[in-house]
Design a protein around this ligand. Structure first.
Ligand SMILES: NC(=O)c1ccc[n+]([C@@H]2O[C@H](COP(=O)([O-])OP(=O)(O)OC[C@H]3O[C@@H](n4cnc5c(N)ncnc54)[C@H](O)[C@@H]3O)[C@@H](O)[C@H]2O)c1
Ligand SMILES: O=C/C=C/C=C(\O)C(=O)O
Length: 486
């Protein structure tokens, strides 16, 4: 049986207590690897290695050399594209059509983009008057924050982990990564790429394990960690904020969502259907930016519902390797139970089930996987739990609206504030409504179109801080002002 070990100080190491847990293929439940579970000892070793690397060659490395190494890491991911693809798809069950276009290319891009960015970003400078007339010059210096703890989720494992590791290393920090227990493969494989690229030992470390009482908690509580960046559920974000309060360490939190799409009657129907198909069903609905609430202007409501239903019923489920497969399983049996519990709640609350609503019949081995049907509901009241709580599954509720004001109020009626998608051909309305969305990210006539120079993050309970472009530097670097009296 394959074993996945920690990556500490440039070496793959076993758990000192010999503890392991299972990594299963979500498509058929097959055991694919045994993963070493880290405890306090492994976290201590990883943090110590990361600290030593900061004080060693990495900390003294000229910026140009550091950036060249990060480019080599990106090239190393691309050179082993098929291995990363297989590792990611085995852990998640996601179709290769998705992972080959999104997950793996973004894994490489996250290193290149931030290496180039950090090399080119200026810092601020102010010249001031002084009473003696000689003046003074202020300028800011960006310094690495230190050891960054990276806690990542399972839905886009390589993409979301490197989205943090890329800028962290570009700013000169070192990292200890705690990948999701569901998806340990690609974080482990990245260790080999780091070594092959010549990144010094201790710069990139990985400790596997769970959250509470395991590697996640030990890492976030560790006093040797200078900042924690986390993507995952809002409730976990709360626990991590509490852990970070000890020692007053900064956090960057990218959390849950209950994202709305608003489809106006003047939308290009084909584009709106194509985009909403992706925003609801891509990655089996397991995308934080995904749409779970769709508001459609009444004159086109029936047509929209029918066309989304047709699209959902044409999704092809199956093995990740098959070229025509567009829909994979949910990540785990536990998550399948959670999503199915919302399917039951929708039924109990009297939803009209337009399509789906249960488990599909899957052939052969696939019958052991965590499959659920793509599901569309109408007819629920605005206070239904199905409409208020994040499900993180391939499902949405569609509700008609009559006025722009009503649509805005409905979309914003949520404790979350991550993303929104608007569909309209009216440019003035697009600007007006986009500005009224209480979210960190609003797409107009598109979804998940990403320029990595832009601010990314959530408002309300969807997060704290913005990563992406220069904005992530607020977290990954410490700005320190130098004031020189002339
Ligand atoms: N805003 C975003 O950018 C974004 C992106 C992707 C996913 N998400 C959110 O992530 C969630 C799905 O991912 P998930 O189920 O892996 O999230 P999760 O919060 O259950 O787990 C995320 C990570 O945190 C670790 N963890 C759990 N409890 C911990 C604790 N007490 N201390 C330290 N670490 C702990 C887990 O082991 C895992 O590595 C959804 O809510 C989704 O909306 C948000
Ligand atoms: O599931 C959430 C997706 C998050 C995407 C990003 O963080 C990104 O594209 O940088």
């Amino acid at each position: 049986m394959k074993e996945i070990k920690h990556f500490i100080n440039g070496e793959y190491v076993s758990s000192s207590k010999g503890k392991t847990f299972e990594d299963r293929n979500p498509a058929n439940g097959e055991l694919i690897a045994l993963v070493h579970e880290g405890g306090q000892e492994e976290v201590d070793r990883a943090v110590a290695a990361a600290r030593a690397a900061l004080e060693g060659e990495w900390g003294r490395m000229p910026v140009e050399r550091r950036m060249a190494l990060l480019h080599k890491v990106a090239d190393g991911i691309n050179a082993r594209f098929d291995e990363f693809l297989e590792a990611e798809c085995l852990d998640t069950g996601k179709p290769k059509s998705m992972a080959s276009h999104i997950d793996i290319p973004r894994g490489a891009a996250n290193f290149k983009v931030f290496a180039d960015l950090v090399r080119n970003v200026p810092t601020e400078s102010f010249i001031m008057d002084t009473p003696d007339g000689a003046g003074a010059i202020n300028y800011a210096v960006r310094k690495p924050r230190g050891v960054i703890g990276v806690v990542a989720p399972w839905n886009l494992p390589l993409l979301l982990m490197t989205w943090k590791v890329g800028p962290a290393l570009a700013c000169g920090n070192t990292v200890v990564v705690k990948p999701s227990e569901e998806t340990p493969h690609t974080a482990a494989l990245l260790g080999e790429v780091m070594n092959d690229a010549g990144v010094p030992a201790g710069v990139y470390n990985v400790v596997h394990g769970f959250g509470p009482g395991s590697a996640g908690e030990y890492l976030t509580r560790h006093p040797g960690v200078n900042g924690i960046t986390f993507t995952g559920e809002t409730s976990t974000g709360e626990a991590i904020m509490k852990a970070a309060a000890g020692g007053v360490r900064p956090v960057s939190l990218e959390l849950g969502g209950k994202n709305a799409a608003i489809v106006f009657a003047d939308a290009d129907m084909n584009k709106a259907i194509e985009g909403t198909m992706r925003s609801v069903f891509a990655n089996c609905g397991q995308v934080c930016l995904g749409t779970e609430r769709v508001y459609v202007e009444r004159p086109i409501f029936d047509e929209f519902v029918q066309r989304l239903k047709q699209g959902a019923e044409q999704l092809k489920m199956g093995w990740w390797q098959d070229d025509d497969v567009s829909f994979g399983p949910l990540i785990s049996r536990t998550h399948q139970d959670k999503v199915l519990s919302y399917y039951e709640k929708a039924r109990a609350e009297g939803a009209t089930i337009v399509t789906g609503g249960g488990k599909p019949e899957m052939p052969g081995e696939l019958s052991e996987g965590n499959w659920v049907q793509p599901t569309i509901w109408t007819g629920l009241s605005d206070d239904s739990v199905v409409i208020r709580e994040e499900i993180f599954g391939p499902c949405c509720h569609i509700r008609p609206f009559d006025t722009e004001e009503e649509a805005i109020a409905l979309a914003n009626d949520t404790p979350y504030g991550l993303a929104a998608a608007l569909w309209t051909e009216n440019l003035t309305r697009a600007h007006r409504v986009a500005a009224a969305m209480d979210v960190g990210l609003c797409w107009v006539n598109s979804w998940f179109l990403r320029d990595l120079r832009t601010p990314f993050g959530g408002s309300k309970q969807s997060g704290i801080g913005r990563e992406g472009g220069v904005h992530g530097l607020e977290f990954y670097a410490e700005l320190s002002n130098v004031c020189i009296k002339l």
